[in-house]
Design a protein around this ligand. Structure first.
Ligand code: MLC
Ligand code: AMP
Length: 469
């Protein structure tokens, strides 16, 4: 079963623990979590696909677990999703209802989550090939696409990580990552429920919150770790951990080194994508080389290809497009068979869009991305195209180009270059940031708007983004 620690027979036979999940100041035992989530399952079982407003609360946990028990597909929605993003996610996914909390003004019906209700009904395990989640993620152009993840893929991906990290029921996981992406939701919530280790979710991934939450494994995106090393007192509290794990974006080497110095733990780095879960990782009992993301986890194979599709040597220096293969891959983008096909090779390998080197020992270093139009800011993947579309919808904007510029805190910072329409004053720049935050979400807002007379274009009229970034 996918959530093996919530096995009703084992819990009835005494495999309960008092602190299975702690979130938003509430703690539920394994048995209470199973009983409350099963009562959610009874209410949602008739639906096919539901939206869950992924706030870091017990309601979200019960909604997700309840839907998984009933075999209903979950569409996690960022809690700060703006008008355009929300409309797109709901229309594209075909979600039939909100399960749990609904955003203000919601039009779909709402199925409530009752935290104090309990049911001991036993559901058959849903089919492994069925879609557990549709996770929305950005591409280089257009609106976000729905990544279909099956129960089998999630089980394989989590088992490979448990194996790679020696993650067992004796661990306690601590993190405060958002519950609508692979990192915080699939690894960070379903991981503990499969492995059987308690989870402490800190709401926000702040240094102070991590320092106060005792655990053995801590998850963070690089921005979380760079903020922790700026707070040495907090960092030193993590010395008692077993492993500190970084992922979702490149961990800067100085942050790796400072974290090792302050905590005594060289962080483990792992690499993944919404489409593939986690495919590469360093190991607790192996080499942890700053700037490198380790070797394939169980079941994964990787290779490098050049632009013509020819093999690139694994010599630690030659750079090629990274392709991956394994049982934790997604089942395609929802209702987009052509785009799905274009992202796989003829022999079935997924083209990650990342460029990498592999050394003779099989160690991988991610060098960058093939496209400048995919930005990683604070560990969030954001498409330049969706921000440009939003900005072009503002009456003051005539032309725009959005780029990610290097940023010590966020990895990349979103900067929008805009050419204003005649008559629009430069003072409009700040309101453009609020416009994007309101239409898409706060983490997709440009941190800076630069008003320019014109955009650099080549002879074909195409914007030369490399000159801007
Ligand atoms: C400021 N705010 C505004 C605003 N200006 N809101 C609206 N409009 C404006 N103009 C508010 C925000 O709403 C927020 O409020 C506060 O300011 C701070 O927001 P922020 O600046 O966006 O947050 P920040 O502190 O920069 O966040 C850093 C972070 C976050 C690390 C906490 O980026 C984060 O959680 N990242 C995790 C991303 C992640 O999980 N990625 C995994 C993808 S899966 P308030 O009230 O909310 O504080 C993947 C696969 C893999 O990649 O390998 O794992
Ligand atoms: P997402 O779609 O949010 O899942 O983002 C996936 C992307 O995050 C990958 O394609 C990489 O570009 C990036 N990424 C994830 N982990 C790492 C890592 N450890 N180092 C560098 N990039 C990473």
């Amino acid at each position: 079963m996918l959530l093996s620690s919530l096995n009703p027979a084992a819990i009835a036979a005494g495999a309960d623990i008092p602190d299975a999940v702690t979130i938003d100041g509430e703690t539920l035992s394994r048995g209470d979590l199973l009983g409350a989530a099963t009562s959610v399952a009874e209410r949602v079982a008739q639906a096919r696909r539901v939206a869950v407003l992924a706030e870091p609360t017990l309601t979200t946990v019960l909604a997700v677990v309840g839907a998984l028990i009933a075999g209903v597909t979950v569409v996690p929605v960022p809690p700060d999703a703006g008008s355009a993003e929300l409309a797109h996610l709901l229309a594209d996914s075909g979600a039939q209802a909100w399960l749990g909390t609904a955003p203000a003004g919601a039009e779909l019906p709402v199925i409530p989550v009752r935290k104090h209700a309990r049911s001991w009904h036993r559901y058959a395990e849903p089919a492994g090939r069925s879609t557990a989640f549709i996770l929305y993620t950005s591409g280089t152009t257009g609106a976000p696409k729905g990544v279909m993840l099956s129960r089998d893929a999630i089980a394989a991906g989590l088992d490979a990580l448990a194996d790679a990290w020696g993650w067992t029921s004796k661990d306690t996981l601590v993190h405060g990552l958002p519950l609508f992406h692979v990192h915080g939701l699939i690894l960070g919530l379903l991981g503990p429920l499969r492995v059987g280790s308690p989870l402490v979710h800190t709401g926000k991934p702040t240094p102070g919150a991590y320092a106060q939450a005792p655990g053995t494994i801590y998850f963070g995106v690089p921005t979380v770790w760079s903020r922790i090393v700026e707070d040495p007192d907090a960092a030193q509290q993590l010395a008692k951990a077993r492993i500190l794990i970084s992922g979702s974006a490149p961990l800067p080497v100085p942050v790796f080194e400072r974290l090792a110095e302050l905590t005594g733990h060289a962080p483990l780095e792992r690499y993944g994508m919404s489409e593939t879960m986690i495919t590469l990782s360093t190991r607790p009992d192996g080499e942890r080389r700053p700037g490198w993301v380790g070797t394939p986890v169980a079941g994964v194979e990787t290779r490098l290809r050049d632009e013509a599709g020819q093999p690139v040597p694994h010599d630690g220096e030659s750079v090629g497009g990274l392709q991956v293969h394994g049982p934790m891959l997604f089942d395609g983008y929802l209702d987009k068979p052509e785009i799905t096909a274009a992202n796989f090779t003829a022999d079935g390998w997924f083209k990650t869009g990342d460029v990498a080197v592999i050394d003779a020992d099989g160690f991988h270093r991610i060098v960058g991305r093939e496209s400048v139009d995919l930005i990683k800011s604070g560990g969030y993947r954001i498409g330049a195209g969706e921000i440009e579309t939003s900005l072009l919808g503002h009456p003051a904007v005539a032309e725009t180009a959005v780029v990610g510029v290097p940023d010590d805190d966020l990895g990349q910072r979103i900067v929008a270059y805009v050419v204003l329409r005649d008559g629009a004053g430069e003072s409009v720049a700040e309101s453009l940031i609020a416009h994007v935050a309101g239409e898409l979400s706060a983490h997709k807002r440009p941190r800076e708007v630069r008003v320019v007379e014109s955009l650099p274009r080549n002879a074909m009229g195409k914007v030369q983004k490399k000159l801007l970034a």
